[in-house]
Design a protein around this ligand. Structure first.
Ligand SMILES: Cc1ncc(COP(=O)(O)O)c(C=O)c1O
Length: 432
């Protein structure tokens, strides 16, 4: 950062706001797959504001919907129905698994998860089982459902939820190798549920996102679906990150053939244009929730938010962006596997992903698999300097690549070129 105006913003922001200022860039504007900082430098966006900007930045369709809606009504009393909320709910239910029948409102991801869990408790009570390495949001209960200790998340007075290990084949907690294993990670769900009859539900990120872009094998989901049926567990999918086309289908539930009782959405639903979230619930969960006062947030599903989210979801649907994520994601994954194996072979633990949610786990040593945190930090900061924004997992073990779903060949080629130059430089430097 050279510009005094940018330095001034960073200094004043750090003093006035509780926020992360580790990245020496002041955001100014963005368009399509490009971000521009206050100094006029541009960056290729390979992280989408952490999986938010699925349709790309400043889409004219969404801006037009926002403008038109702002002239009609931005807000409505939350107890009154609106056409915009009705249209959005109908659109989402048409795209969602048939097991979900009703939309509950939220302003973001943590709140959507809280709503789904609240509906589950209203229906059945008991406890919700969660999976290690998951992140479900920053509200008090969502933090207690997340793997807070592992990721250094703030403590909460809510007791931690019971937890089983994730389906993390690269670091299998059981020391097994898929497909030669017995899916011990799925069996752990059944063991936990049988050992504690108070466990009535399972909350799952189908692909663990900020915990490292961890994609379980399809057989894991077949087993989980069976176990939920056998043990009578409510299956709640947190698709805040995986939803809205990110993993190559509108929902990961579609891709894995799951029949969840609830699915939560946020991030890509509003696409960064508005704060919005949703919990898509089956009839029993919805009925149970509606027996109580409606405590959805006052600002959830305003007409403005609904109009923008509807326009945004229609772009995903009409431009077949989930399909583009599947096709381009496949090409990008293959290119990244080749690139990292060629340029950084000693430190590339695993390159994995689904659609346009890709993780590259860096290690100090292929045998010990000790995480190469400093190396990941260097790659992220050097990419930033070279004009490419990539992210990492919470624990900095894994580089996270999540471009907008509009990604095309030219942008991908350009970004891979920048990444190759950066990797060649860091490969020469010592210390992983
Ligand atoms: C899987 C998942 N669930 C929930 C959340 C929380 O969403 P929000 O930050 O909108 O509350 C996140 C955010 O990163 C997430 O990745």
């Amino acid at each position: 950062m050279t510009d005094p105006a940018s330095a001034d913003v960073v200094r004043r922001y750090a003093a006035a706001a509780v926020a992360d200022t580790a990245f020496p860039v002041v955001f100014k504007t963005a368009s399509g797959c490009r971000i521009e900082d206050l100094e006029g430098k541009t960056y290729t966006d390979f992280i989408s504001g952490y999986g938010v900007v699925n349709t790309g930045w400043q889409r004219p369709e969404v801006l037009a919907a926002l403008e038109q809606q702002a002239r009609t009504a931005c807000f409505a009393p939350p107890w009154l129905p609106t056409r915009e909320a009705t249209h959005l709910a109908e659109e989402l239910l048409a795209l969602a698994p048939p097991s979900t029948r009703v939309c509950a409102r939220a302003t973001g991801g943590a709140e959507a998860n809280e709503v789904a869990v609240k509906a589950h408790f209203a229906h059945r009570g008991g406890k919700v089982l969660v999976v290690g390495r998951a992140y479900h949001g920053g509200t008090t209960r969502a933090l207690a459902l997340s793997d807070g200790n592992r990721f250094g998340l703030p403590p909460t007075p809510v007791p931690d939820a019971p937890r089983v290990p994730p389906a993390y084949c690269y670091r299998c907690p059981y020391g097994k190798t898929y497909p030669g294993c017995s899916l011990e990670c799925a069996q752990a769900v059944e063991h936990a549920a049988r050992a504690d009859p108070a466990i009535t539900g399972l909350l799952l990120e189908p692909v663990i996102g900020s915990g490292g872009a961890i994609v379980p094998p399809r057989a894991y989901f077949d087993a989980i679906q069976d176990i939920c049926a056998r043990c009578n567990l409510t299956l709640i999918l947190d698709e805040v990150l995986t939803g809205c086309g990110r993993v190559g289908a509108f929902l990961a539930a579609d891709a894995f053939g799951l029949r969840p009782h609830a699915v939560t959405l946020a991030k890509g639903l509003g696409g960064g244009y508005v704060p919005i979230g949703a919990a898509l619930l089956d009839r029993e969960l919805a009925d149970a929730l509606s027996r109580y006062e409606d405590v959805s947030a006052t600002l959830a599903w305003t007409p403005l938010a609904c109009a923008a989210a509807l326009a945004n979801v229609r772009v995903i649907r009409d431009e077949r962006l989930a399909e583009n994520a599947r096709v381009m994601g496949g090409r990008l994954l293959a290119a990244l596997k080749e690139l990292f194996a060629r340029v950084l072979p000693a430190h590339t633990g695993e390159v994995r992903g689904m659609g346009l949610l890709i993780g590259i786990e860096l290690v100090k040593n292929q045998t010990t698999k000790e995480p190469a945190v400093q190396l990941a930090k260097r790659v992220v900061l050097r990419c930033l300097r070279a004009g490419l924004m990539v992210g990492t997992s919470w624990d900095w073990n894994t580089l996270i690549i999540m471009p907008p779903l509009t990604l095309d060949e030219a942008t991908m080629g350009e970004a891979l070129g920048v990444l190759e130059t950066v990797l060649k430089r860091v490969a020469g430097a010592s210390g992983a």
